[in-house]
Design a protein around this ligand. Structure first.
Ligand code: CA2
Length: 151
């Protein structure tokens, strides 16, 4: 019997602009397309996903806190909050759920202020630099991690 796999997918500030601005940095795929492809992969993996994007830190934290009552894991692209938000990290840690952090770009090839993540130290792992595929790879890693912890 496979482990339950209900995943909260969180997209941080400005990711609603994906596919519409700065295509040279973030590509031409929209957030809806990323969510649709993730939902398809989730189905194959036996997971259910709920996706949420907000430009507001408090709204993201509220959703993360709620996940404690229903989710088995969190897949998150914290976007700019990766590098600034202790509160987001605290909320993720407080759920005690496995977290996988993803980034479209390779944050280590970019400006030095992007090299530090407040989230990475409480995450199971990080996928960074594969464009929209980072989300799919992150979901697969989260599924494996849930299976491994149940053994
Ligand atoms: O590479 C990633 O996924 C990032 O999390 C994206 C963040 C950035 O601050 C992180 O350092 C790395 C930025 C998200 C902004 O997304 C935009 C999309 C289209 C146009 C403008 C911004």
């Amino acid at each position: 019997m496979p482990e339950p796999c209900r995943i909260l997918v969180i997209h941080g500030p400005n990711l609603n602009l994906l596919g519409t601005r700065e295509p040279d940095v973030y590509g031409r795929t929209t957030l809806s397309e990323i969510d649709a492809s993730l939902a398809e992969r989730a189905k194959e993996l036996g997971c259910e996903i709920e996706s949420f994007q907000s430009n507001h830190e408090g709204a993201l934290i509220d959703r993360i806190q709620e996940a404690h009552s229903w989710a088995d894991g969190i897949l998150i692209n914290p976007a700019g909050l990766t590098h600034t938000s202790v509160s987001l990290r605290d909320a993720l840690a407080a759920t005690a759920l496995p977290v996988v952090e993803v980034h479209l770009s390779n944050i280590f090839r970019r400006e030095t202020f992007r090299h530090h993540s407040h989230v990475s130290a409480i995450a199971v792992g990080v996928v960074s630099g594969f464009g929209p595929a980072s989300y799919r790879l992150g979901l697969e890693a989260l599924r494996r991690s849930l299976d491994a912890t149940s053994e």
